[in-house]
Ligand binder design. Structure first.
Ligand code: N01
Length: 540
């Protein structure tokens, strides 16, 4: 829903929020309900964040729709009816617009406006915020709702500017859609975006080349229309379910993690568990054993099982070995959920190109060069991912106390206290920032957890006449150590994943999210707030 960009007339707000996706929308609602003046700046023409930009064919959520929605308002959830187990992007975007209408959010959002800089003025304890439209506003609180996967990245391939065809990035897809009928198409990348879009692009294209560097674990999502019974059951219990979800590791309740470690199970028991969970579709598979993400022994069993199920689908003997992941444990890169992805490689007009053995060298006027071979194409789709977790934040020139730049402070990797704030940057909040469960969880649950915490914190400050809150360096150091130790106790750091920053040349290799689980993390958040924001300095 396009909104006309309006310049911001007022110059001072209680809070500025950057981004109008799920996080920014709810943050706006909460702060406005406290009577604060709030301005949201959003680069897109409408609300939606990731669901506004990622319009590629096949884009859909991988957390079940019934859980992938706000849980803060019974009226809102009862007024909306999901149609599929995993909603497609247009339905999710419609839902977000429904919420924006319901809460009358747009009147405080300035669209088509990108925040370029934010600087903290210590004397007045105010943030000065600038945009690419020339706005200069000041605010007590600056809240980054910039998203974890919002800085789309096209690798720096030589020759792209010479390419005579059309090219697209999945994370910045044309609103009018793309018709690949009769075209020769090259898709680069086989993460979730590639896995979701490739089957649908193959339905249209005359010839499809898929350029794969790393084979990924992918399992059938088991998408299906929701029944009336599914929907009514969820409507009756959503708020209660959500309270439960907040106590779980992943912020979801549609499956439970097995509490038994693989070592206590017989081979047959393990196989039964894996099989039942594989057939359920979705992430239940990763909950097969308590130690699946912690020991190679347990993980290898699950990975072998997954490879064997995947290989049953692939009929083309020339590609079966290439499509089976063998260089990382299962689950340590985001598991892909697919609808007919592997089947696509059984089609005669689809060719898998292994760019690990024949690296992508350059783009030419006519196509893509891998090894010594040129693949002529009419269109290129970059499903090459994002500068995750820090990319969108650090694309803004953020300067804290003494003019210190967040980019400099985070040069060796992000440093936060609880993923919510960073020492030296008072009154600056990150929603689902690095160092919080974020991308390892149901994002909506983690967003609500953070927005609720930040709202309460802001209320404490405004009603207590406290000008500023700032993470203490020692609390931050301890938290960073804890995040690293928690990750080190898992297999997560053992893959070149975007969780580790490994997809961006030169980015520090640090496991960025907090792997301790939403429930435990929520307890820590509550403890900190109950101890009057322990680990933070409150400034009068
Ligand atoms: O990005 P990715 P994505 N040469 O980084 C390859 C969420 N999401 O957009 O693995 C050749 O996962 C790269 O190869 P490699 C979800 O959390 C969710 O797919 O680095 N190849 C990889 O294959 C997801 O994890 C959904 O070796 C290059 C691919 O491009 C996250 O977003 C849907 C390359 C990038 O995969 C990101 O997913 C979509 C190069 N120079 C996204 N550079 C849902 O289902 C990169 N690649 C909700």
């Amino acid at each position: 829903m396009a909104q006309e960009a309006r310049a911001t007339a007022a110059k001072e707000f209680d809070a500025v929020i950057v981004g109008a996706g799920f996080a920014g929308m709810y943050m706006l609602h909460r702060l406005r309900s406290q009577g604060l003046s709030v301005r949201v700046f959003e680069a897109g023409e409408g609300v939606g964040g990731t669901w506004y930009w990622n319009r590629y064919p096949g884009a859909r959520c991988d957390v079940e729709s019934l859980e992938y929605q706000y849980g803060f308002s019974d009226e809102i959830q009862r007024g909306w009816t999901w149609t599929e187990r995993y909603a497609a992007q247009p339905e999710i975007l419609r839902y977000q617009n429904y919420v924006a209408d319901k809460l009358d959010l747009r009147r405080d959002i300035q669209f088509e406006t990108r925040v370029t800089a934010a600087a903290y003025d210590e004397r007045d304890a105010l943030w000065s915020i600038e945009t690419d439209r020339g706005d200069k506003v000041r605010a007590r609180f600056c809240i980054m709702a910039t998203g974890c996967l919002s800085a789309a990245r096209v690798p720096n391939f030589e020759g792209l500017d010479q390419f005579e065809g059309d090219w697209y990035h999945t994370g910045d897809w044309p609103h009018e859609g793309v018709d690949f009928t009769g075209k020769r198409v090259g898709v680069i990348g086989t993460g979730s975006s590639g896995v979701q879009s490739i089957p649908l692009i193959a339905e249209q294209a005359d010839q499809l080349y898929v350029f794969q560097r790393t084979a990924n674990f992918t399992l059938p999502a088991g998408n299906r229309p929701l029944t009336e019974q599914d929907v009514q059951k969820s409507k009756a219990s959503l708020l209660e379910d959500r309270a439960k979800a907040r106590t779980t590791a992943g912020g979801i309740i549609c499956f439970e993690y097995n509490e038994r470690p693989a070592e206590e199970m017989t081979f047959e028991e393990r196989e039964r568990e894996l099989s039942a969970r594989w057939n359920m579709g979705g992430f239940a598979f990763l909950g097969s054993f308590a130690d699946l993400m912690a020991t190679h022994e347990a993980n290898d069993h699950a990975a072998n099982f997954a490879r064997s199920r995947m290989s049953e689908i692939i009929k083309n003997p020339a590609v079966v070995d290439l499509l089976l992941p063998n260089d990382h444990p299962v689950g340590v890169k985001r598991l892909c959920l697919d609808t007919h992805y592997l089947e696509t490689f059984n089609l005669p007009h689809v060719e898998l190109v292994d760019v690990r053995s024949a690296p992508l060298k350059k783009i030419t006027a006519k196509g893509i060069v891998s090894g010594d071979k040129e693949y002529e194409v009419d269109c290129i789709v970059f499903a090459t991912g994002f500068d995750a977790m820090t990319g969108a934040l650090l694309s803004i020139d953020i300067a804290g106390k003494g003019g210190e730049k967040l980019r400099d402070k985070w040069a060796a990797g992000p440093r936060t206290y609880l993923g919510l704030g960073s020492a030296g940057f008072p009154n600056l909040f990150f929603i689902t920032g690095p160092g919080s469960p974020s991308v390892l969880s149901n994002m909506i649950v983690s967003i609500e957890q953070h927005v609720d915490w930040i709202s309460d914190c802001v209320k404490r400050l405004t009603t207590g006449n406290i000008r500023s809150i700032e993470a203490k360096a020692e609390a931050e150091n301890l938290w960073v150590d804890h995040v690293n130790e928690t990750a080190a106790a898992t297999l997560y750091p053992q893959a070149n994943s975007w969780y580790m920053g490994a997809n961006i040349p030169g980015k520090p290799r640090i496991f960025m999210p907090y792997a301790g689980g939403v429930g435990a993390y929520g307890e820590k958040l509550a403890e900190v707030a109950n101890a009057d924001y322990e680990g933070f300095a409150l400034g009068a």
